[in-house]
Design a protein around this ligand. Structure first.
Ligand code: EPU
Length: 423
């Protein structure tokens, strides 16, 4: 089993370039299934989740070729199966994204419950309700843990999300592209990845307006062409590195990112905590701080709020800030359990309930044996290891590889003492 061994306490220096967004690339691969022509996807991060989705798509008979270091060409002229792999699908939440194009192209889809990080229940009810509004018959075989979906032809509908849901919004947008008539989504998610998905689909002939606002309208079209898409920078990777730099008292340039996708975290870091940073159109520079940062409150929220995916790295930073901080995780019910490991490393974190923790700082963290329970808690453990005195051993780093490309090599270039071992 692979582990990271980190010797902490060294400030880092240099430049780290942000890769393409995981949660964008996954959706473009799925959207590519709507077209019978070649779709070229550039700036794709080399991470485990992409590899898994590609395997699931190949299993459906879709041609997916790696045509460059970060480039893939997808051709879905032939889709030979409509049943998603029972072995691979439970390993990846984003596999649920394949339902929409399968319904649009083939009128049916069967899948086991999709997997992903163990950060909450993660049902797919909002997807199913959205598809049902478009005329899809859905059924669930509880024994086989399997969903079956069927439709003669998707019909446009007016669908209200009773709670904002990111992947479900993207799925209904994709389904509506080839539906008969117009679909209107109310209370849609507003993430930048949804805007980029709509721009890509429109460049192939779709008619989507309002993406990035809570009201999205999609006029159905007969077919869409192939096209080319460059995956936008990963705002969560960028945010993770900015927080890492702040926690490790480093002087780092985080380049190739889009700071305007991180307004709330940057505001909190700079204005509420006192971090010294500079930002340009495509970079953020974190400057080493002279005094201890101030504690603050954060509330993880849908975009444009503070991203839940940055909540675990932020908790590590707050252990280094002075005074009392509070985190309110509004999205997932199980995304604060990793704080127990930070306490073992010397943090002073009190869990008030599954959604709230109070962090008293600053604390001196000490290296320990910990694990990466999920992707974002995993990067939080890496940051804690870089800050801590002594050696930290992180197991289950497969979870980190799911979302961060070549992490240890990139951090080593900045002066971090981090090794991957296999034992
Ligand atoms: N939810 C339901 N029913 C649904 C869908 C969602 O109850 O049908 C619940 C979820 O259980 C969760 C909440 O709604 O409690 C939010 O879920 P949402 O649908 O917004 O999240 P998601 O689409 O499943 C995406 C990202 C997550 C990110 C969230 C929130 C992908 C593949 N995943 O998940 O990314 O945390 O949006 O921003 O895009 C990660 O990258 O580490 C990650 C978990």
């Amino acid at each position: 089993m692979e582990k990271f061994i980190i010797k902490g306490g060294r400030p880092l220096k240099g430049e780290i370039k942000v890769g393409g967004a995981k949660n964008m690339a996954l959706k473009i691969f799925a959207a590519a299934l709507l077209s019978k022509e070649d779709v070229i996807i550039e700036n794709v991060p080399q991470i485990e989740d992409i590899g898994k989705l590609v395997q699931i798509m190949k299993d459906l008979g879709v041609k997916v070729e790696k045509t460059g270091k970060h480039e893939y060409t997808v051709n879905a002229k032939n889709i030979s199966k409509t049943r998603l792999s029972p072995e691979l699908t439970p390993k990846l939440r984003a596999s649920v994204m394949l339902l929409a194009p399968l319904l649009a192209r083939k009128g049916r889809a069967t899948m086991p419950h999709p997997g992903g990080c163990a950060i909450g229940r993660r049902p797919i009810d909002r997807f199913l309700e959205g598809f049902e509004s478009m005329g899809v018959e859905t059924s669930e075989d509880q024994n086989k843990n399997c969903y079956k979906l069927k439709v003669a032809k998707l019909k446009g509908s007016r669908f209200v999300f009773r709670r904002v849901a990111v992947t479900a919004t993207e799925s209904i947008v994709i389904a509506a592209v080839l539906a008969k008539g117009t679909t209107t989504l109310i209370n849609a998610a507003c993430e930048p990845e949804i805007i980029a998905l709509a721009e890509f689909l429109n460049s192939c002939g779709a008619k989507i307006s309002g993406a990035g606002t809570p009201n999205v309208t999609i006029e159905g079209v007969e077919k869409i062409s192939g096209g080319k898409f460059k995956v936008i920078p990963d705002r969560i990777e960028a945010g993770s590195f900015i927080i890492l730099a702040a926690a490790a008292r480093s002087d780092l340039v985080i380049s190739g990112c889009n700071p305007s996708h991180l307004e709330v975290p940057l505001y909190v870091l700079e204005k509420k905590m006192g971090l010294n940073l500079k930002r340009g159109n495509d970079y953020v520079r974190v400057l080493p701080r002279k005094k201890t940062l101030a504690g603050t409150e954060i509330q993880a929220h849908e975009y444009p709020g503070f991203p839940t995916d940055l909540q675990p790295p932020m908790a590590v930073l707050l252990t280094q800030a002075s005074g009392m901080s509070m985190i309110f995780e509004t999205i997932y019910e199980n995304r604060l359990v990793y704080t127990d490991m930070l306490n073992r490393m010397g943090a002073n974190i009190i869990m008030c309930d599954p959604h709230r923790v109070i962090i008293n700082g600053p604390s001196c963290l000490r290296g320990k044996k910990v694990e990466s329970p999920d992707l974002r808690a995993g990067i939080a453990m890496v940051i804690a290891g870089l800050v801590a005195e002594g050696t930290t051993e992180i197991s289950n780093i497969y979870q980190i590889d799911r979302g961060y490309e070549n992490l240890e090599k990139r951090l080593r270039k900045l002066g971090a003492d981090i090794r991957r071992i296999n034992r």
